[in-house]
Design a protein around this ligand. Structure first.
Ligand code: WT7
Length: 648
């Protein structure tokens, strides 16, 4: 009998990799010796028009001020600086369009385009502090728009172009945006689909603050324009001068708002500012990915609609003068070879993606990556959800030719940049674990009362907290500072710690494993979706009286959305017809990413005596488990009825 070869539990960097790596063990030592001096050193990566007086002012906690009184221009740091230092001819972006069109933009090209857009935005009367909504697919103009905003001190709010008109409208209203930048359409698996019509629909009801809509031509579709409000990019931006003088802004000047799901139906506008954010974006991109300007070709597969796209496509890489691939489409368009073809063609050396895609690649089979030369890859990254060890090993073995370090990066929209991750030249990586807070970052795993979980023979589970402020931390929730306090700071108010909303465990080596959300937030393909949001979309349908939504584990997407609905008395249960209609309703109301995997029509929902829906029990049902403790339920018999309705 042969036994399976034992898999290594850790994967140490090779001596060769470690010797050449940006980060060595001394990085953590320096941070430990003097944390604030360490961050000041990191801030020196940037160009400051005026140096800060204090590294950190935490006197107004939980609203931090980093690099106080310092002044800088974020766009200057991401673009002008490289041109001035003689790197204008270097490619910043290798753009690959979904239909196969390509376009290379050097840093000098990028500077000219951003300057033109900045002139145009100024001509529209926008002034520092105004908000601009960006609703665009992954094309260079989206990045140009974000950087033109940064250049002028305008605060951008990027709304994922897969979101519905209703979702766009609520974000535009919350931020009181004066300008929306969009495209005529976007490509979806080779087919153009309209996008501007969604903006028109979003703005159709009066009462919004939008004065102008700027439209980039991408798909060439017929696009009705509203006179006086709408303008084409090619008629306006492209006629502006290519030189623009940047001014400097306070280190705490608002850079962007990005909406993310919370535990209620209303998304939170996470606010990020300038100096601290850019410092940590650049620092983490440099060390976690071991990025070497002039050598590496970097590719982060995220969309700019998410924070990963903000920090690891726009701000971090560009601040570091990276050459990167920006790809517009999906991984299976025109076929499953797309990503590997791009890696091969551009010699991508650093590749950063989500576990859900890795699991999809696994399903497609290794013959697809094996058909390509992936030898250029030298660092692989993972983000968005815990990566299961099997997917981790496959990623290293098949994509990373068995010798490429993997960085499993934990962070959140709120943290702005990577917080917990192996360092590729330092850490002996452990499949499935984010392992170690980065140098300069401090995290703990604690119980309800805030006692650190005890490292022992067995694994210790608890809640993940960040017990020291960090430069790229959120500065609040736009328009709702009370919610900022209650969501993140009330839980450990006594200690003054940030509550991340994730469960975590420390293994006997002291390595940290992030287990997932402990609140009513689901993680579907690395996207955060609140149960409340989906429930409210469902009850928005006239036939639904009540809805309860849970995230059930899913082999590919991490979690899948499972909904239980009670119909109104007058609604007939037409089976699949109704269920499909309800699924479509959720797609329409929120986005196709929020479309439930399953919807079960049930006669009743399990509730506690105080009327709270017992989601834990519904999750048991959704995952086909034995029921947990039902003693607090009003009527345990409700499960028999649910099981019957579910067809178990
Ligand atoms: C939530 C944040 C940060 C960019 C993408 C998501 C989960 C994220 C990991 C990881 C385990 C992870 C957490 C976190 N998460 N990365 N490496 N291991 N879980 O940003 O939408 O703000 O979601 O994603 O649950 O709280 P986000």
């Amino acid at each position: 009998m042969t036994s399976a070869p034992e898999l290594p539990t850790t994967y140490a960097p090779t001596a060769e990799f470690a010797a050449a790596a940006n980060a060595g063990p001394e990085l953590a030592e320096r941070a430990r010796a003097d944390r604030l001096a360490f961050w000041a050193e990191q801030a020196e990566r940037l160009h400051w028009d005026r140096k800060w007086t204090d590294v950190l002012d935490w006197s107004n906690a939980p609203v931090a001020r980093w690099f106080t009184d310092g002044r800088l221009n974020v766009a200057y740091n991401c673009v002008d600086r490289h041109v001035r230092e003689g790197r204008g001819d270097k490619v910043a972006i290798h753009f690959v369009g979904e239909p196969g069109d390509t376009r290379d933009l050097t840093y000098a090209d990028l500077l000219a385009e951003i300057s033109r857009a900045a002139h145009h935005f100024q001509s529209l009367g926008l002034v520092p502090g105004d908000r601009v909504a960006v609703y665009m697919p992954m094309i260079p103009e989206a990045i140009i728009t974000m950087l033109a905003c940064a250049r002028l001190g305008l605060t951008h709010s990027v709304v994922f172009a897969g979101f519905s008109p209703a979702a766009l409208r609520s974000r535009v209203d919350d931020a009181e945006a004066r300008l929306v930048v969009t495209t005529d359409g976007q490509f979806r698996r080779g087919t153009p689909a309209g996008l501007k019509p969604a903006v028109d629909e979003a703005l159709s009801a009066p009462g919004h603050t939008v004065e102008n809509v700027l439209v980039v031509r991408r798909t060439g579709q017929d696009t009705p324009m509203t006179a006086g409000r709408d303008h084409w990019w090619h008629d306006t931006v492209e006629r502006q001068p290519a030189e623009h003088t940047p001014e400097s802004f306070d280190s705490e000047h608002p850079l962007f708002i990005l909406y993310t799901s919370g535990t209620t139906g209303k998304p939170k506008g996470i606010l990020h500012t300038s100096g601290g954010y850019l410092t940590q974006a650049a620092y983490t991109h440099h060390h976690v990915f071991d990025h070497k300007a002039g050598q590496d070709v970097y590719w982060c597969t995220a969309d700019i609609g998410w924070v990963t796209g903000h920090t690891y496509i726009v701000y971090g890489p560009l601040a570091n003068g990276a050459t990167q691939v920006v790809y517009e489409g999906t991984p299976n368009s025109p076929d499953e070879h797309r990503h590997f073809d791009i890696i091969d063609r551009y010699g991508v050396s650093i590749y950063y993606t989500a576990p859900t895609l890795i699991r999809t690649f696994m399903k497609w089979g290794r013959q697809i990556p094996d058909a390509h030369d992936l030898s250029s890859l030298r660092v692989l990254g993972s983000v968005g959800e815990p990566i299961n060890p099997e997917a981790w090993r496959w990623y290293r073995e098949v994509i990373g030719h068995g010798d490429t370090p993997i960085v499993d990066t934990w962070w959140q929209t709120e943290t702005g940049a990577i917080m917990i991750s192996p360092l590729p030249g330092v850490t002996a990586a452990k499949p499935g674990a984010a392992q170690t807070p980065l140098p300069g970052i401090s995290a703990q795993v604690v119980d309800e009362e805030g006692n650190p979980v005890v490292l022992g023979e067995t694994e210790a589970n608890g809640y993940l907290v960040l017990d020291q402020p960090w430069p790229s931390m959120l500065r609040g929730i736009w328009g709702d500072m009370e919610r900022y306090q209650t969501t993140y700071w009330d839980r450990y108010a006594k200690q003054g710690w940030y509550f991340a909303g994730d469960g975590a465990r420390l293994d006997p080596d002291g390595d940290l494993w992030v287990l997932g959300r402990v609140d009513d937030v689901m993680n579907v393909s690395g996207h955060r979706i609140s149960t409340a949001e989906v429930e409210s979309a469902l009850v928005g349908h006239t036939g639904v009286a009540e809805a309860a939504v849970v995230g059930a584990s899913d082999d590919t997407t991490g979690q899948g959305i499972v909904a239980f609905v009670i119909l109104t008395a007058t609604t007939e249960n037409t089976g699949d017809t109704l269920v499909n209609e309800l699924k479509a309703e959720v797609s329409r109301e929120i986005s196709p990413i929020a479309r439930p995997r399953e919807i079960h029509v049930v006669p009743e929902l399990p509730k506690t005596r105080s009327g709270k829906i017992m989601r834990r029990l519904l999750r048991d049902v959704a995952e086909g488990r034995e029921l947990g403790d039902t003693s607090t339920l009003v009527d345990p018999a409700v499960f028999t009825a649910i099981a019957e309705a579910k067809g178990d």
